[in-house]
Design a protein around this ligand. Sequence first.
Ligand code: OTU
Length: 640
Amino acid sequence: MNDWAQQAAELTITRLLPRLEPLLKDDAHREGFMRRLHMHLPRALWHLHRIYGDQFDFFYHLEQLLHTAASYHGERREALKQLDAQREADPLWFKREDAIGAVCYVDLFAGDLRRLHDKIDYFKSLKIRYLHLMPLFMTPEGNSDGGYAISDFRQVHPDLGTMDDLRELTDALRAENISVVLDFVFNHTSDEHIWARKALEGDPHYKRFFYMFPDRTIPDQYELNLREIFPEQAPGCFTYRAEVDQWVWTTFNNFQWDLNYGNPDVFNAMLGEMLFLANQGVEVLRLDAVAFIWKQMGTPCENLPQVHDIIRGLNAMVRIAAPAMLFKSEAIVHPDDVASYIDWDEAPISYNPTMMALLWEALATRQVGLLRHSMTKRYELPPDSAWVNYVRVHDDIGWSFADEDAAELGINGFDHRQFLNQFYTGRFDGSFASGLPFNYNPINRDMRISGMCASLAGLERAEESGDAEQIDHAIKRVILLYSVIIAAGGIPLIYLGDEIAMLNDYSYRDDPVKADDSRWVHRPRFDWERAAGRHDTATAQGRVFTAIRDLIDARRAHPAFSDHSTLFFDTQNESVLGFVRNHRAMILCNFSEQPQKLRRDVLAAYWNIPTATRDLLTGEAFKIPNLFTLAPYDFLWLAD
Ligand code: OTU
């Protein structure tokens, strides 16, 4: 940004103000809007000019954008404007030790939006502060990619309720200090979205909302460099539509049409959808498949620089109109690219897919080297941003660690991924895991893994064999992984069902709509009967639930767990992960089924050990001996 953008923004405001006046005149919060307009428009203008500056009617588009921002601000309810003020005063709420997250499907967890009210006590029992509800909008009948093919961003799927229900729910959750997170599926719409339908009718305005080609010439050129995301169920990146005799860009399934952000009308329309959701009380938007939103011939069309301009432009506009709303990026890509989206002015929070994948890698190998090495290099973020750490979500596990990180330890990334895939599909001798392959690509032998946390951690096999020690180990593995994400800096995200150790659900195989997508194996209906046993520590669900609840309580009780610093270090034991939090707490986690020895003098090199240390999980004093043992899959949280 420079003086030019500053001056251009001021000129734009002066010029367009008369046209914004009617929208703002009854707005009690006009002043705040104007203050933020002066503050953020230069930024918006700078980024938008980089991508749309060569359009002859650039300032017309800018006027449209300001119009969109002012009108949604005008419609924003008083309660949400108060929230705006609150968040402006305390923007980093998501970095506190009480920032605990959870994610669930409305239908699978509660039935519908109204019945979700009855589950608020359950969220409260886990001290949830951030609740991601999986896509809940209108979709085509049948396969809708689990809700990620949206036909109308302003209509709740009738099976789940109405927009009024959603608003009521966000109000009820906000009253309990729970922020609602929704997906913003903005790389594509379903082919039943009104824009796609108009395009199919041949409407030239809406044809430009998508990428449409008269024949295969250009698609073939693009495809030379494109990655297939779903090579099994949706090979290729383009889909022929006879209605218009055109090839449509469809990165994901053939019914998911990529939006064309080269067209500023798309940017403006999507800003409107975004602000509409903000006005329903949504506080965080998960930017789905963010890497893919800009295309350029001769490139893989992922993580291009223009993607950042678009997100930063949207960020600036949202700051003006609905500053309580935050972006979270969903980029399951190379760790450098994951990091490229994380910034206060872009996406302040982001999934941490590298840590997720490497937690599973460490469990399989019983070695924490790669996890430690990658996290030492990559954990630190700009101070006003945070990771969302997770063990499982609704998607597959992709082994998206950096090959160069692996090579630095003498590990061949390709071979290691082959091993991990064998291990987690249970084909590797001695594996404890029951996972399923997801989208094997025979050309590059790439594959991802589906499965519930507890099944991948060995509970399913152990229960089948009835081996008590194996059952015990499996339960401990689940708890161990959650202990890492709950202790680490950022928002720990519980994939609901994991906390009661739910297992794989193979019933999707009988449903023709789901059968070819193994991710459904880890999207079971929440088992409330199993949950009823969650306080009984003689059961698997009881052990996992109480452990996770206690970890959350321990985290909330100590300032060492706000997101300030998380320093990974070498414990001099290849099976034990160690990290120090805010210079005040030390976490030690044994990733093997063997007891592991640790030395006080090694730990003391990374942590100025206080005279009186406490085990935060038992609450008791713990004097660190010169040499001590961590039991199989055990962990310690030590602090002053
Ligand atoms: C996201 O994930 C969603 O989380 C998926 O559930 C959707 O199917 C998909 O977008 C389409 O909307 O391919 O396997 O590299 O991997 O964005 C998961 C990033 C996915 C992609 C990721 C995508």
